[in-house]
Design a protein around this ligand. Structure first.
Ligand code: EPZ
Length: 433
């Protein structure tokens, strides 16, 4: 069935569809409310395990990663109910203190449950989260940090058996790398620990401050979240509270890239521009006009984009690694050469070869990718291999001449809520087949 027919008769293909069919060339125009942050709601839901009673999360995005996390919460014995954009979690004593293999492999970031289950039950057993499409994803910093807080950890047959027989004790932890997940696990383990924990070289991502803000609302005493040194004074117990998840800065950057490559003008609502500073300067370098007022951000693109020049991914507040792929899709059609250096993950350029199938000129040498902008891309079948790379291929398809068939859109569903519906609301010709 032709794309037009699908669009005209309005029947969207079943969600489980195997491809996004995109007809490029339409400048995106309109406005869009940005979803709640995937990388905030996941640790927040892990935190709800710690809090007795009811936790209410507003602006909770509808993502497959959230669905997996809800399944884990229910497996542990929590009750979860969604009412539109609000997710309510009721937790008391947990039924279990383990996360089975199949769930860990569905979503390796479930490792963030470790600190919460440990703090709640005094023990936890999770299978070793494997690597994923973008890299090894080691957890050595998580484990060495928790050991410093008195946690006994045995690694056997790919499983982690963790025990804190006398509860998690306070301690001093200095992270050799400001790991987001390790910082989150420490906050979760230490917030009801016995004594005070100091975390040096903590991750400074906004999602960390969101988690600490929720935990403090539940009764925790966490100071300095969002800075490199965080202090956690353990309290006896936490009780659930109401919270609104922060906006997803990476989803915002992705929709901005889509507007930029199509020469469009898009107004994003419910954005925190402060979280996007390093990305905003990349857009301005390409000649996009970015106006910000309160929680609204207007991007209007020039006729022809300039290059983004030089992007090096760094821990926050540097350029976010999660925005590297969508911004590379934009650079692919910039009028000049752009250089990317991916310093965070060792296998995060899989989208480059697929972008080249659309006519881009990208050369990858280790951590460095050299993007020679081309005037036009041309549609072709491409395959998503990870979440942000998949979104980048969709961005490129929106400006490629003709039809782009994007396979494995399930990767995109992990982190982007109503992806094709949102783009269609801005005029894009995109349908799931
Ligand atoms: C979080 O992953 C995000 N995921 C990632 O987003 C994001 O890219 C990353 O932070 C960096 O901002 C979630 O929040 C669910 P890290 P995380 O621990 O916690 C190394 C997306 O697309 N490292 O800061 O795993 C690691 O190998 C996803 O939304 C160790 O060496 O990130 C990597 O090179 C992708 N040992 C670097 O640190 C450890 O014990 C960053 O990892 C832990 C990490």
């Amino acid at each position: 069935m032709e794309l037009n027919e699908l669009l005209e008769d309005g029947r969207a293909a079943p969600k489980s569809g195997g491809a996004l069919c995109i007809e490029g060339g339409v400048p995106l125009r309109g406005e869009l409310r940005v979803q709640g942050a995937k990388n905030s709601i996941l640790p927040l839901l892990a935190a709800s395990v710690l809090c007795g009673g009811e936790s209410v999360f507003h602006n909770c995005p509808e993502l497959s990663d959230v669905a997996v996390t809800v399944r884990i919460l229910r497996y542990l014995g929590c009750a979860c109910q969604r009412h539109g954009k609000t997710l309510v979690v009721r937790s008391g004593a947990l039924d279990r203190a383990d996360i089975p293999d199949r769930m860990m492999h569905q979503m390796r970031s479930s490792i963030v449950f470790l600190g919460a289950i440990l703090a709640k039950c005094g023990e936890a057993s999770l299978s070793f989260p494997g690597g994923c499409e973008i890299g090894q994803r080691p957890i050595d910093l998580h484990l060495s940090s928790l050991r410093k807080l008195g946690v006994q950890i045995r690694e056997e047959h790919g499983c982690l058996f963790c025990r804190a027989p006398h509860g998690v004790t306070g301690g001093f932890v200095s992270l050799s790398f400001p790991s987001v997940g390790a910082t989150e696990n420490l906050l979760l383990a230490a917030s009801t620990g016995r004594g005070t924990t100091v975390i040096a070289n903590a991750a400074r991502e906004p999602e960390i401050a969101d988690l600490a803000c929720f935990l403090n609302r539940c009764g925790a005493h966490i100071y300095g979240a969002g800075e490199s040194c965080v202090i956690v004074e353990g309290v006896p117990r936490l009780s659930g509270s109401e919270f609104t998840v922060m906006p997803d800065r990476i989803a915002a950057a992705t929709y901005m890239a889509a507007a930029a490559v199509t020469g469009g003008t898009v107004l994003l609502r419910g954005v925190n521009a402060g979280h996007l500073m390093p990305v905003l300067s990349a857009f301005e370098e390409t000649g996009c006009r970015v106006l910000q007022s309160g929680a609204e951000l207007l991007l209007s693109a020039p006729e022809r984009l300039g290059p983004v020049r030089h992007v090096r991914t760094m821990p926050y507040p540097g350029f976010p690694t999660d925005a590297q792929a969508p911004i590379m899709a934009m650079a692919a059609v910039g009028n000049g050469t752009s250089i990317f250096v991916e310093n965070i993950f060792e296998c995060r350029y899989q989208h480059a070869a697929e972008l080249n199938r659309l006519g881009a000129k990208i050369r990858v040498e280790g951590k460095v990718a050299v993007v020679e902008g081309v005037p036009k891309l041309s549609g072709a079948p491409v395959t998503a291999a990870d979440l942000r790379g998949g979104a980048a291929l969709a961005v490129a398809g929106l400006c490629a001449e003709g039809e782009t068939m994007l396979l494995h859109p399930k990767y995109i569903d992990r982190g982007y809520e109503h992806f094709e519906r949102n783009l269609r609301s801005l005029g894009a010709r995109i349908v799931r087949v």
